[in-house]
Every structure is written in C-alpha cells, then in structure tokens.
Write a protein that binds this ligand. Structure first.
Ligand code: ZN
Length: 239
C-alpha cells in the first residue's frame, strides 16, 4: 500500500509466518498522553510490545513491522478456539490517550485511515468479518481498548467487522429491561458461540468483564456489565 510511512520496530518474532496463518485484525489504542512517546514505546526493545501498524491523530499510517512477522500486541488472549492471538493476527494501534488519561474521540482522519488500511489487509489476507476484533474482545479481563468511542458501526458500513441490523428505536425501548434466567443462560452460550472466552461460564468476574467488552463494542451507550433485553437481542442477531 502506498503512502505508508515506515519506521521499523525490533519487537517481533524473527521467524516468518505464512500469509494463510493470518486470520484476525485486532484494533488497539495506545493509551498514553503523548503520541510520539506512545510510538517510541512500540519500537523500544525494553518495552517488549509492538504492533504492525500505528495510526496517528493526523491520519498518518506508520508500518512498524511487516505483516508476515509476528508483532507483540495481543498478550494473553483468546477468541473461539484460538489462544495467544499474536501468531494469527495483525495488530493496529491507534493513538488515543485512552480511559486512563481522558479518553478521546478518534479523529476523522484516523477513521478514514483505518478504513483504507483495513480494506487493504482484508483483501490481501482474506480476513473474515467476524475475525475483526478489539483488544478488549480477546482479553476482556485486562483490556478496555479500543473502547466505546471506536466507531464499529461506521466501520461495519464500510465492510469492516460485524454489526447488527436491528432498529435503533426498538432497541432503545429494550434498554435496561432485565432478562429472565433462561435468557441469561442463552446469552452466555451465545457469547461463547460468538467467540468470547469459554472460561467465562463458571467465573463471575470474567463473565462481567466479557459483558462489559461486549457493551463497549455493540452497545456503547451504557456500559454497566448488566445484561438487558437490548444486549440480549443484539447478540442474538449477531449469531
Ligand atoms: Zn491493546
């Protein structure tokens, strides 16, 4: 892809992977006050973290690690039957101060660059819609990024990631209405079917964190870790 600036990071696994090993796109935010420091960290050997790309506030896309090498962005993570997603994913960091330092809206230029870059990668590696994820989806106990301000709905209109087709007004009426025990069990099953960590079944804390991750992504208006009819219906329609 043209117009990509290259600033290589040394934080990657030296063994090359096959293009067919790449199945996921994972979005992150940098979560630091200073943009340049955040980019420097992704290149610094002491940090032991990196991503393939970073997208700056001004929309500039920087390639840190060529995609056939494994970058260190996901950490302990799981989705469907996959664990430790670094080996099967491409990591895209987007600069944003994050929840810890007054979380910002992503800029329009960032969103346009995300669309351009994602379309290129989806085509090149034949990445499925359901395999386009946020860091908090694959590590809900540890991570909040890219967070509820990430424009998943808008991206899905551009063919990037899943979204539901439910009516907005109808959904609002279901908001904060609690669900019965049967639906609760069904909701849990659906979360696992969708791809979230299987261990959530028996662990209350993990379960709540998964609900929060789900809400950040699909019901960003209220993130309270409580399942209501709106969350239930959204998840059902995604499966
Ligand atoms: Zn992250």
């Amino acid at each position: 892809m043209d117009l990509i600036h290259k600033e290589y990071s040394i934080n990657f696994t030296k063994k090359k992977r096959k293009p067919t090993n790449i199945k996921y796109l994972v979005f992150h935010y940098t979560g630091m006050k200073n943009e340049q420091k955040a980019i420097d960290r992704l290149k610094n050997s002491k940090s032991k973290v990196s991503s393939h790309y970073v997208i700056k506030r001004n929309g500039q896309i920087i390639l840190l690690i060529p995609t056939l090498y494994i970058a260190w962005h996901a950490g302990v993570s799981s989705w469907k039957e996959n664990k430790f997603l670094n080996k099967s994913s491409i990591g895209i960091e987007i600069t944003n101060r994050g929840h810890q330092y007054s979380y910002q809206n992503f800029t329009k230029k960032q969103i346009l660059s995300i669309i351009k870059l994602s379309k290129f990668l989806i085509k090149r590696f034949k990445i499925k819609k359901e395999n386009i994820l946020g860091h908090s989806d694959i590590a809900p106990n540890r991570k909040k990024d890219p967070g509820e301000k990430f424009q998943w709905k808008f991206l899905s209109k551009n063919g990037i990631g899943k979204w539901h087709k439910l009516n907005k007004k109808k959904l609002i009426k279901m908001r904060k209405i609690s669900i019965d025990k049967n639906k609760l069990l069904k909701f849990k099953k659906n979360l696992i079917k969708f791809g979230y960590n299987k261990e959530l079944k028996n662990n209350f804390k993990t379960f709540k964190n998964v609900i929060i991750a789900f809400q950040r992504r699909f019901r960003p208006q209220i993130i309270d870790g409580k399942i209501d009819v709106e969350c239930y219906e959204i998840l059902k329609s995604l499966i």
